[in-house]
Design a protein around this ligand. Structure first.
Ligand code: 3H9
Length: 690
């Protein structure tokens, strides 16, 4: 075999072990080793049955994602699985950890599956812009029926071993995997000719003559078209499993898989998969490691504070939430408990787990209650004086704790300077709603110790978040770029576009909401007040606010809203106001196409991303992409703003920015030096690393 695949004998049972750490991904050598092992046992008369198992922490977690962007190498996985399925001796998959993607497809090709109770089984290909490409869409419905297969393939979510057993995907749950798998295989050999998944028809037969039933399943699980290419392909492949003979169905699946694998969307998802993991990696000095956080405190019981406190309790960590106002505390706690109760009602949380979380969350009005916490996250009002006071007090009350601020804009160096240990201060910038949004910007201040930074990244991971390390600047990475988009929205409205056109262009591009609807949802008055305090103006947004149009909260903003509805409706009054404002300012309006709107809003944002990268505020372009996809709704299938720009080609981005700058006369629209330099060198943002 190879080093990565071992073949051993346990009496009359052959045990094939895949050993390719960390997750036993199916790179070419593993596939070759597996094929060779199956060929060897097939002709060995001493062997009556076979077990396929994995060393390490998990069964195979899928195809090797890093290989998917390269020319395909033989043997192909479908052929390996075909060899397993046609092996005349029963083959038993022994599952533990996560059997995912190509890993589950191997298990589906085996004649039996046994698993440890904690095993998770899934086909997550859709999350990589793919469909299962080694028989998953054809064999899974034959085992578990189309309903479960549609749910698993289109959500990409794994199911637990117990549910898998109920649905017919797992034959036995065992306490001692290796011994039980061998015993199971031995018994299977005694039973004779092994069953092949491809020959099973009982689960799919009822749908064979029911195209309407299949359409209903597709509609239920695929949802509405949203720009992603994989869901319609998954539906087509799953339907083929029911309507076509196995051989034809598998050929259909393969063609759909290959087209997706070689297309831009899957490349974008693969980029994000790698970028998310790279964003978490820190090159720490030797001997430096994250501190263990056993107890946390959160200052402030407002929307953010309560949300962050809930994240800790949800992750099983004791947390005290502190606020000077007893009413705020009660309100914050009430909001959290309502969220938990709703989760129990929906069956997403057990009552016992809710009680456990309630016990982990305590509240206090006295700041002294943070003593004993190893990490304090401050989420008080966004006011430098208040934050400096809080940090000065924390410095004494919790002398050893790591102090984090959730500020969105303020200078963390100035906050850290209010303490005597700036090395133990950092930013942990959560996004709202904190329990839902995956992104956390981990802000490294000038003096933040590497150990403290590592602890920030580690705790964010413990909370189930995607941490990205960024440097200090106004708005850090995400909000600094968002501000550019907001400014460009205002400019475009003045130049000739209308709110509905701008929002339609960006939702068509793949954002869940357009910038005008986002403004209405967040409330236009907040930014208006900030602008007034700074003596700044945004002509259209200001006039809307002056007319009492604060967004959804007043039923009127860029759009109008029917009472109780969140659906934006075009408002002729706003459109007249915009046209009149352009006229007052002497601006000649012109129409903009959807493509132009996208370029006018997003290229300046990419340009700002280039400056952020050049300044070292972000370490890599991929970090910016992870931030925008996880925090701001940038469509994942486009890979984030910097990947999208790379895919377009930086020479074009440079030329368009130059043209935009010529039209607007705006210096900030001129291509940033990094864009010019990379475009001239024929390189992309992905090639830049700090
Ligand atoms: C597929 O199977 C297609 C087939 O249908 C058809 C084929 C013809 N490949 O996430 P972690 C690395 S598509 C290569 O930090 P965790 C990962 O990069 C595939 N590498 O650990 C990281 O490396 P590093 C379908 C992989 O414990 C390290 O392993 N499968 C792969 O939090 C640890 O990963 C999937 O989509 C891979 N497949 O989570 C599964 N997977 O340390 C994707 C992981 O250098 N993987 N690595 O940064 C996962 O969901 C999680 O990694 C898993 C472990 C749950 C397995």
């Amino acid at each position: 075999m190879t080093d990565l695949v071992r073949l051993e004998r346990d009496g009359d049972v052959a045990v094939i072990t895949i050993d390719n750490p960390p997750v036993n991904a199916l790179k070419a050598e593993v596939r070759a080793g597996l094929l060779a092992a199956i060929a060897a046992v097939q002709d060995d008369s001493r062997i009556g049955a076979v077990v396929i198992r994995c060393a390490g922490r998990t069964f195979v977690a899928g195809a090797d994602i890093s290989e998917l962007g390269k020319p395909a190498m033989q043997p192909y996985l479908p052929d390996v699985i075909e060899a397993i399925e046609t092996c005349p001796k029963p083959v038993v998959a022994a599952l533990h950890g996560t059997a995912l993607g190509g890993g589950l497809e191997i298990a589906l090709g085996c004649h039996y599956r046994v698993a440890l109770a904690a095993t998770r089984l899934g086909l997550p290909e859709i999350k990589l812009g793919l469909i299962p490409g080694a028989g998953g869409t054809q064999r899974l419905p034959r085992l578990v029926g189309p309903e479960t297969a549609f749910a698993m393939v289109l959500s990409g979510e794994p199911i637990g071993a117990e549910e898998a057993q109920t649905r017919g995907l797992v034959d036995a749950i065992v306490p001692d995997l290796d011994a039980a798998a061998v015993a199971f295989a031995r018994k299977a050999a005694a039973r004779g000719q092994p069953p092949r998944t491809r020959d099973r028809s009982e689960a799919i037969a009822p749908y064979g003559a029911d195209p309407a039933g299949l359409d209903a399943l597709a509609a239920k699980h695929a949802g509405r078209p949203d720009g992603r290419a994989a869901p319609p392909a998954a539906v087509e492949a799953l339907k083929a499993a029911v309507t076509l003979p196995f051989e034809e169905g598998i050929a259909r699946e393969r063609a759909l898989f290959v087209a997706l694998r070689d297309g831009p969307q899957s490349a974008a998802y693969r980029h994000l998969f790698a970028a998310e993991r790279a964003a978490m990696r820190l090159d720490l000095p030797a001997g430096v490691a994250a501190r263990r956080i056993g107890r946390a405190a959160v200052i402030g019981a407002g929307t953010m504070g309560a949300g962050i406190a809930a994240c800790f309790a949800n992750a099983g960590l004791p947390v005290v939430m502190v606020d000077v106002s007893a009413e705020s505390l009660a309100r914050g706690r009430d909001t959290i408990e309502k969220t938990w109760a709703a989760a129990v009602q929906r069956g997403k949380l057990t009552a016992a787990e809710m009680e456990r979380r309630r016990a982990l969350l305590t509240t206090a009005t006295d700041l002294a209650a943070v003593a004993g916490a190893e990490l304090v996250v401050e989420a008080a009002v966004e006011d430098m004086a208040v934050k400096r006071d809080v940090f000065a007090a924390l410095d004494t009350i919790a002398p050893d704790a790591i102090l984090a601020t959730n500020t969105s804009y303020l200078d963390i160096d100035a906050i850290a300077a209010a303490t005597r240990r700036p090395g133990r201060v950092l930013g942990l910038h959560f996004f709202s709603p904190a329990t839902v949004m995956r992104l956390v910007e981990v802000v490294r201040a000038a003096e933040t110790d590497p150990e403290v930074l590592a602890t920030g990244v580690a705790i964010a991971r413990t909370l189930g978040k995607v941490p990205v390390v960024v440097g200090v600047c106004h708005g850090f990475v995400g909000n600094r770029m968002l501000r550019v988009r907001t400014t460009e929205t205002e400019r475009l409205l003045l130049a000739g576009a209308l709110p509905y056109e701008i929002d339609a262009a960006l939702t068509e591009f793949g954002f869940p909401m357009g910038p005008c609807a986002v403004g209405d949802l967040a409330g236009l008055d907040i930014a208006w007040r900030m602008r007034k305090a700074q003596g700044a103006r945004a002509e259209i947004a200001d006039r809307l606010c002056e007319a009492g149009r604060f967004g959804q909260k007043t039923g009127r903003g860029y759009f109008r809203y029917e009472p109780g509805s969140r659906t934006p409706i075009r408002d002729p009054e706003v459109e007249a106001l915009i046209v009149a404002t352009s006229a007052t300012l002497g601006i000649t309006r012109r129409p903009f196409t959807a493509d132009e709107i996208v370029e006018r809003l997003l290229f300046p944002m990419v340009n700002e991303g280039a400056r952020i990268l050049a300044e070292g505020i972000a370490r890599r372009a991929g970090d910016i992409d992870v931030i925008w996809v996880n925090g701001y709704g940038f469509p994942a299938y486009r890979g984030g703003p910097m990947h999208w720009a790379d895919a377009i080609g930086l020479p074009r981005v440079r030329d368009r920015l130059t043209a935009i700058a010529a039209e607007t006369g705006e210096a900030s629209h001129a291509p940033a030096p990094l864009v010019v330099e990379l475009a001239a060198a024929g390189r992309g943002f992905a090639s830049v690393a700090s």
